[in-house]
Each structure stands twice: as C-alpha cells, then as structure tokens.
Design a protein around this ligand. Structure first.
Ligand SMILES: NC(=O)C1=CN([C@@H]2O[C@H](COP(=O)(O)OP(=O)(O)OC[C@H]3O[C@@H](n4cnc5c(N)ncnc54)[C@H](OP(=O)(O)O)[C@@H]3O)[C@@H](O)[C@H]2O)C=CC1
Ligand SMILES: Nc1nc2c(ncn2[C@@H]2O[C@H](COP(=O)(O)O)[C@@H](O)[C@H]2O)c(=O)[nH]1
Length: 325
C-alpha cells in the first residue's frame, strides 16, 4: 500500500473549462441538504458553540454541535424553533441513550446525528446506530472515528449513513504518541484506502493545515472534511482569549484532553494556542474561493470533478506520477 499525507501530494491540472472561477460550484450534498462548502468545523468545545452553529446553518454551511456539557434536547429545540436543521453529537454511554429517549419524548428528531467516539469500530457504536435507526429512522447518522476499510464496511453495514475517517491526525491529538495507533502522518492515504470500499459518504477528519488540503481530501474520496485548528483561532471562537507578549491567541484543546475531560484519565489530547486570525465568515469565504480555484484547476465545474485528476507523490528526488486509480 502506498503511504502519503497532505504534504507529499500535489494534484495535476487539466485543461480549464470555465472563464471565471466563480462558475465553479463548491457545493456538496449530504443527507438530503446541499451545503455551499465541503467543510465542517470540528465538533469541539473550542471550535463551535450554539451561536456559531446557528450562523453556519443560516448561511448554508454544515455544522456538527459538540456534545460536552451541553443539553442536546434544548439545543435541538432551539434550532428547530429558528427553522434550522439540528445536527448533534452523541457518545455511546447510558446518558446518550437517555438523550435519545428525551428527544423522542418531546417529538424532537435531529436531522443529523454524529456518533463521535475515539475508537468508533466498536460494538458500542453498532448498538447506538441500531438504537437510532429503530427510534429515529429519519435522522442521518454519521459514525466514527475509524481508520481502516474493515471499519468503514462494518459501520456502513450496521446502518451508518456516512463514516468519519481519522484516528489521530488532529493538531491537538496525541493518540499516536500515547497508544502507537492511528492515521496520523498518513491520513490522506488512509482516506484513499477507506474510500475504495465505501459506498456512502466519508467525512475526512483531522490533519487539514492548508485550504488546498480540502481538494486533496475530495480527490482521495472525501465528501466533506472536518476541520478543527484552522477554525479555532477566530474572533468568535469559543476558546478563551490569551495574551502572550502582546499578541492575542485563542486556546484550542482536544476533546480527549484533560482540559475537556476535567480529569487526567485516558488523555489523548493536548491544549495549544492559535493566533487570532479575524472573522470566521471571512475564512469560510476564502475557503470557498480556494475550492472554486481547485475545481477550475481540475478542469471541471463542480466539486466532484476534482476526483478525476491525476497526482504526483513528492518523495524527495523520486517524485512519481500517478494515473487515475
Ligand atoms: N479522532 C481521534 O483520533 C480521536 C478523537 N477523540 C475525541 O475525543 C472525544 C472523547 O472520545 P471518547 O473518549 O471516545 O468519548 P467518551 O468519553 O464519550 O467515551 C466513549 C466510550 O467509548 C469507550 N472508549 C473510548 N476509547 C476507547 C478505546 N480505545 N477502546 C475501548 N473503548 C473506548 C469509553 O470507555 P472508557 O473511557 O472507559 O474506555 C466510553 O465508554 C470524542 O469527541 C472523540 O471524537 C478522542 C481520541 C481520538
Ligand atoms: N486524538 C485526538 N483527536 C482529537 C481530540 N480532539 C479532537 N480530535 C480530533 O481532531 C480533529 C480536528 O483536527 P485538526 O487537525 O483539524 O485540528 C477533530 O475533528 C477530532 O477528530 C483529542 O483530544 N485527541
């Protein structure tokens, strides 16, 4: 198997078919809705809060609310009261089943539910998918995280409508160091490996450092990418603002860090400071323009045209060209 990551790959242009990049459509369909960008901010406490989720939904973007110290029932009710779709996260423990029961008791059905645990290739996820499919068949179920084709096949067979791929490539992730496992350092080729067997959408999660990595993810099989660090340092970001030597930063910590958990047990995440980089809306516009450019370089007009391009692997002096898989 070929091993590479975002830094070792470049996509090869094909003849341009548009007169302006504005003709290129960066939109993507997921769960019956079309979103203007194949990007979703990570469901982490220092990345999204209710205000940001409302804004994203109102402006045509996909969001997944985090599940930490949050009343999912109230959140779903608030979103529906505003006429917006609800997209929540769940774990696999008893309180998560209680949440589902409370939602049902109030007649609240979230349009999207992301089952989000560290090691998603597990019977606990199978059981939660089955429970949700029995109780809330209309909800679109995203399940993860996983990092192998076997896991993608199982999650799809268990009923997941989409899978989330990425074990440990995140910027605040220390899973690789703490456990010796994961897709950190080869996330893009793990995505390619998983996409070969997937029959439903994949959300590539973690490791995006530059906007061009979005197109690379799409090329290797992602329908959408989940991004934490690039979104964490905005003026609106929920992390605390910290001043160091006169410069302003926002804290960004892992969901499996002691900062999120409140205790040092099974810690697989750390805390860093991200320099503050302006407004979230401006970054999203820039991302959309960059994805439009990517589509134009692919010789296409729509997002999935990126899947048609060849690529090179940059491996020192031995750069190799790859024709379509
Ligand atoms: N994408 C990634 O690489 C990673 C992401 N995270 C994020 O951190 C957050 C917390 O994750 P998580 O701790 O799973 O959530 P929870 O604390 O809600 O735990 C979920 C359940 O899965 C069990 N569990 C967790 N990890 C394992 C494992 N390796 N083997 C067997 N059982 C396990 C837990 O039990 P117990 O705790 O008793 O073992 C618990 O019952 C999530 O948002 C997750 O996405 C965390 C690590 C890696
Ligand atoms: N191993 C861990 N992974 C984590 C933790 N908290 C979040 N995450 C994952 O990272 C991505 C975001 O990655 P980024 O490179 O864009 O910053 C996020 O969506 C989770 O999947 C953690 O504590 N440990």
């Amino acid at each position: 198997m070929e091993i590479f990551d975002y830094d070792n790959i470049l996509l090869l242009p094909r003849k341009c078919r548009v007169e302006s990049r504005s003709e290129c459509d960066a939109g993507v369909e997921l769960g019956g809705r079309t979103f203007r960008l194949p990007v979703v901010p990570a469901n982490m406490k220092t990345v999204v809060d209710e205000t940001i989720c409302i804004w994203l939904a109102q402006n045509g973007y996909f969001y997944v609310m985090h599940r930490f110290d949050l009343d999912n029932v109230q959140f779903t009710a608030d979103m529906h009261a505003k006429g917006l779709y609800a997209s929540i996260s769940l774990g696999v423990k008893k309180p998560d089943y209680d949440t589902v029961d409370q939602l049902l008791a109030k007649g609240l059905i979230p349009e999207y539910i992301t089952i989000d645990i560290a090691h998603g290739h597990a019977d606990s996820v199978k059981n939660m998918i089955e429970y949700l499919k029995a109780k809330m068949p209309a909800s679109f179920i995203i399940a993860g995280n996983v990092g192998t084709p076997e896991a993608v096949i199982d999650l799809e067979n268990w009923g997941a409508d989409a899978t989330k791929v990425g074990i440990g490539p995140g910027k605040v992730c220390i899973t690789k160091l703490k456990t010796g496992f994961g897709t950190g350092g080869w996330q893009l080729s793990a995505l390619k490996w998983c996409a070969r067997v997937a029959t439903k959408p994949i959300i590539a999660d973690g490791g995006i450092r530059d906007h061009g990595d979005i197109a690379k993810s799409v090329r290797f099989g992602a329908s959408m990418v989940m991004i934490g660090s690039l979104f964490a340092g905005h003026e609106e970001s929920p992390g605390q603002t910290v001043e160091v030597d006169g410069r302003l930063y926002k804290e960004y910590y892992g969901s499996a860090s002691d900062f999120n958990k409140g205790e040092y047990k099974h810690v697989e995440g750390k805390r860093i400071l991200e320099p503050i980089k302006g407004k979230l809306a401006d970054t999203l516009i820039e991302m959309e323009q960059d994805v439009q450019s990517s589509i134009s370089y692919s010789g296409g007009k729509k997002l999935m045209d990126i899947r048609k391009v060849n690529y090179v692997t940059l491996g020192g002096t031995n750069a190799a060209e790859h024709l379509l898989m």
